[in-house]
Design a protein around this ligand. Structure first.
Ligand SMILES: [Zn+2]
Length: 263
């Protein structure tokens, strides 16, 4: 444990966005295209994996998985990746876990945090725990009069939080304040390359995963008039102050009428 002074003196350059997953590859599968696009738009983006995701059947161990995660982050172009040491397979929402993530938020001071949306039935229960830990850590990050728990790290208020659905089977997603699709037409290929960096998780025999991810992104994208898209859920109602700016973005696909699916 460092003292108050050294914690605050060693604060890194702030990030604009932090995306939190339970395991290395969660974030890439769900919102890799969104993160790659944010980086290309000039934002500073970080990924936090709450666990190292190991053990898994196809991986020889944590060092290999960590190297895959590093390579995936490099492909996306994100500035920071932190893989925490909370336990895979038995991750639980608890005070220590919340505080661990909240300390990291206070260090990197993001404006926006993206967390997992709800449960992932038939997949790892770690995802639901990660969702709750993230929600709590966003709140803890802004609480004053709690310096003992934060080693002098300054209070930081995260201005926006979004949820991202994870997995291809679940329809059990929180309603939140509204759903919208992020255009990833230009970064879908980068996203798929980043997922391919996890060679131990997605060997040639699991090529189906890439078809499923791409199909989902094509489906969501088509529904919004893009070549490809990722679904995001706002935790609060989204308000607009520039209606025309929001509806008529610089995205070329939106500048022409959406072609009717049925002629
Ligand atoms: Zn996972």
């Amino acid at each position: 444990m460092t003292d108050d002074h050294s914690e605050s003196q060693t604060l890194p350059e702030p990030l604009d966005v932090i995306a939190v997953g339970a395991h290395p590859d969660d974030v890439e599968i769900a919102i890799g295209g969104t993160l790659a696009r944010l980086v290309r738009q000039g934002y500073r983006v970080g990924i936090v994996d709450l666990t190292n995701g190991e053990p898994t059947p196809g991986s020889p161990g944590p060092p290999v998985r960590l190297e895959e995660a590093r390579a995936a982050a490099e492909i996306l172009g994100v500035q920071v990746r932190e893989t925490l040491t909370l336990p895979n397979r038995c991750l639980f929402d608890g005070f220590f876990e919340r505080l661990t993530l909240a300390r990291l938020f206070r260090r990197y001071r993001p404006k926006l945090v993206l967390g997992i949306a709800g449960k992932t039935p038939m997949a790892s229960p770690d995802h639901w725990q990660a969702s709750q830990i993230t929600d709590a850590a966003v709140f803890y990050s802004r609480l004053s009069k709690w310096d003992d728990e934060f080693g002098g790290l300054p209070v930081h208020t995260i201005r926006r939080q979004l949820w991202y659905p994870l997995g291809l089977h679940s329809l059990d997603e929180p309603d939140g304040g509204g759903r919208f699709v992020m255009d990833i037409s230009d970064t879908l290929a980068v996203k798929l390359d980043a997922i391919r960096a996890y060679k131990t998780q997605f060997p040639p025999g699991k090529e189906r995963v890439f078809r499923l991810v791409e199909s989902q992104n094509r489906y969501f994208g088509s529904a919004a008039g893009f070549e490809a898209g990722e679904l995001l859920i706002s935790t609060t109602l989204l308000g607009l102050s520039d209606l025309m700016g929001a509806l008529f973005t610089e995205t070329p696909a939106l500048e022409k009428p959406f072609p009717p699916l049925v002629p």
